[in-house]
Design a protein around this ligand. Structure first.
Ligand SMILES: [Zn+2]
Length: 240
C-alpha cells in the first residue's frame, strides 16, 4: 500500500476512534499517529521514510524545515559550541546526502547528539533518536511489520511519555496507527509475517499494490477512512 494511503487511513481512523472513545486529541497525539502510520515502511529498500510517503514539493518543504531546524540548533546553542555547529551541520545535510551508508552514519551521529544535548525537549529527543537508530539498524524489510515491532514502538511511547500532561494518549495514538498500518498491509497480496520465526502469514489478497485493481481497492479504504473522519469530527459535534 502507498504511503499516502497509510497516512490517511492510519491517522484518520486512529484520531476518529480516540475521539469517539473520549480520549483527548492533542497536537502531539495527532503527530505521533501520523508518524506511526508511516513508520513500519522505514525499512523499505532505497527509500527514506519520507520519499515514499511524500510527494516532491512536500519533500522540498521537509528539506527546508531541516535547514531551518539546523539554523535554530545553531543559534539556540542547545549544545555548547562547537557542538551546536556540528549538530546543525549534521541535521542540515542529512536529507541531501547521496549514499545510504553515509546517510546512516549521519543519522546515528544526530541520534547521539539528541541524546547527549537535547534533554530540554525530553521525551521528544529520545523518541526522535530512537526512530533514527531503528531506521539505521533494522536489517531488512519484514521486521517492522511484526507484532514485536508494534509492541516495542507502543512501549517506547508509553515510557517516553510517562509523566507528560496528556501524555497518556500518545501510546494509544501511536500503537493504534502502527497496528492499522500492519492491518492494511495484511490485506495485500504481499501480506505480513506477524510473528517470525513462526511461518504464520497474514494476507487477504484483497489487492496487490501498483495494479489498477489494487489502486481501486486502496482508494475505497481511503474514502471509508475519510468518511469516518467526517462522521466523527463534523457530524457528531453538529448533533451534540
Ligand atoms: Zn508497510
Amino acid at each position: 500500500m502507498m504511503g499516502k494511503s497509510h497516512l490517511i487511513i492510519g491517522t484518520g481512523v486512529t484520531l476518529s476512534a480516540m475521539s469517539l472513545l473520549g480520549y483527548p486529541i492533542t497536537i502531539p497525539a495527532a503527530a505521533v499517529a501520523a508518524l506511526s502510520s508511516l513508520l513500519p515502511d522505514i525499512d523499505e529498500p532505497n527509500s527514506l521514510l519520507v520519499r515514499k510517503a511524500l510527494p516532491e514539493p512536500l519533500l522540498r518543504l521537509l528539506q527546508v524545515a531541516l535547514i531551518a531546524g539546523a539554523i535554530y540548533l545553531y543559534l539556540a546553542q542547545i549544545a555548547a559550541p562547537p557542538w551546536n555547529l556540528v549538530l546543525a551541520l549534521l541535521v542540515g545535510s542529512v536529507s541531501f546526502l547521496p549514499g545510504r551508508k553515509l546517510r546512516h552514519l549521519v543519522m546515528v551521529l544526530i541520534a547521539v547528539g539528541l541524546f547527549a544535548f537535547a534533554q530540554v525537549y525530553d521525551p521528544w529527543n529520545a523518541i526522535a533518536a530512537c526512530i533514527l537508530i531503528i531506521a539505521v539498524v533494522v536489517p531488512h524489510r519484514g521486521l517492522t511489520h511484526t507484532l514485536y515491532a508494534l509492541g516495542g514502538w507502543t512501549a517506547l511511547l508509553y515510557f517516553a511519555a510517562e509523566g507528560m500532561k496528556n501524555g497518556g494518549s500518545l501510546w494509544i495514538a501511536g500503537g493504534m496507527a502502527y497496528a492499522l498500518h500492519l492491518a492494511a498491509d495484511a490485506l495485500t497480496r504481499r501480506g505480513i509475517t506477524p510473528l517470525p520465526p513462526l511461518p504464520l502469514k497474514l494476507r487477504l489478497k484483497l489487492m496487490s499494490t501498483g495494479t489498477k485493481h489494487g489502486d481501486k481497492v486502496e482508494r475505497v479504504f481511503v474514502v471509508l477512512a475519510l468518511a469516518l473522519v467526517v462522521y466523527t469530527f463534523v457530524l457528531v459535534p453538529f448533533q451534540g
